[in-house]
Design a protein around this ligand. Structure first.
Ligand code: COA
Ligand code: NAP
Length: 272
């Protein structure tokens, strides 16, 4: 079975989807998926230019979209953006939290501030976004989706900061699922595999050779597309996902089954 963007399987007409870190890559792909299914999209990221470009692209496809520059490390900025989005689109039906940073570095090549920076963005940022969004979530009925990574459960050399941060993100997902379940709010993590044409993958597989090796390693023998992740996000947020909460869901062609990856060559090439 195939589906095309022109004939979406899901109908999110009029629903408010708020995407933190939504101006590029996987998260923008999720925003586009929901927009094509009729949703109204609010998105934030640090760069005002990236936010404006993303909003224009969604509007060019006929979607209602709103964006505001905000760093997830700054709770006041996140709160202001959430308030502005809620004033425009009403209660949030789907919250996607995927702002993140990454680089390859061994623990000994990582300053305390380098480690802290990734934990601040990925983990504390997810905490701020979820905690501050709660007042704006539709209750009952809202769906929160956190974008994690396999480093959360696969110890991966040169990724100590991401491993620690994303493990925390998945724990946050599970605790929130328990705390917010009685209010009718579901909380799940999606764990993307290597997704083609994204900054995250460029940082881990910077050359054609490393990219091809990554694709060969995936049991389904291909890199993922942002659409693969958008479809899982829509499935989770739809009625088809109505009894799923606290789940950590790999969408990775089976890559997580293959154990830790070897980033030593790429790390040596990118060493500061
Ligand atoms: N190796 C070792 N340390 C590094 C590094 C690298 N490749 N890149 C950054 N750092 C260190 C910096 O030296 C700094 O530490 P210091 O103050 O002790 O020198 C610390 O990390 C913070 O760097 P800075 O550039 O000030 O952070 P920032 O907040 O401007 O940017 C990053 C955050 C570093 C995560 C940046 O890569 C980013 O903006 N990433 C977003 C895009 C991305 O990573 N996409 C993929 C998502 S998976
Ligand atoms: P990306 O395009 O760099 O996406 C990261 C997004 O977060 C950008 O829109 C970025 O925009 C924003 N962002 C970064 N720091 C922020 C901050 N402090 N505050 C607010 N927004 C911030 O990279 P990606 O590869 O698509 O990654 C998206 C998500 O997927 C991440 O959570 C990542 O961990 C996860 N993931 C990716 C892969 C992959 O193969 N790419 C695999 C597994 C998991 P600004 O620069 O404007 O802030």
């Amino acid at each position: 079975m195939t589906t095309s963007p022109a004939a979406p399987m899901f109908d999110f007409s009029g629903r408010h989807v708020f995407v933190a870190g939504g101006s590029s890559g996987i998260n923008f792909g999720i925003a586009k998926g929901f927009a094509r299914a009729g949703a109204r999209i609010a998105l934030i990221s640090r760069s005002a230019d990236k936010v404006a470009t993303a909003v224009s692209q969604l509007e060019a496809e006929g979607a209602e979209a709103f964006g505001q520059a905000a760093d997830v490390r700054q709770p006041e900025a996140v709160q202001a953006a959430l308030e502005a989005a809620a004033a425009r689109f009403g209660p949030i039906d789907v919250l996607v939290s995927g702002a993140a940073g990454n680089f390859l570095a061994s623990v000994l090549d990582m300053s305390p501030n380098a480690f802290r920076t990734v934990v601040d963005i990925d983990l504390l940022g997810s905490f701020h976004v979820a905690r501050l969004a709660h007042a704006h979530l539709r209750q009952p009925g809202a769906c929160v989706i956190q974008i994690s990574a396999s480093q959360a459960f696969t110890p991966t050399p040169f990724q100590a900061h991401v491993c620690a941060a994303k493990a925390g993100v998945d724990m946050l997902t599970q605790v929130l699922a328990m705390e917010w379940g009685p209010q009718g709010i579901r909380v799940n993590s999606i764990v993307p595999g290597p997704i083609a044409d994204t900054e995250g993958l460029r940082r881990l597989a910077p050359t054609d050779d490393t990219l091809a090796a990554m694709a060969r390693r995936v049991p389904l023998s291909r890199l993922g597309q942002t659409q693969d992740i958008a479809r899982m996000a829509m499935l989770l947020a739809s009625d088809w996902g109505s009894y799923v909460t606290g789940a950590i869901i790999p969408v990775d062609g089976g890559l997580a089954l293959t154990g830790p990856r070897d980033f030593s060559a790429a790390a040596a090439a990118s060493r500061r």
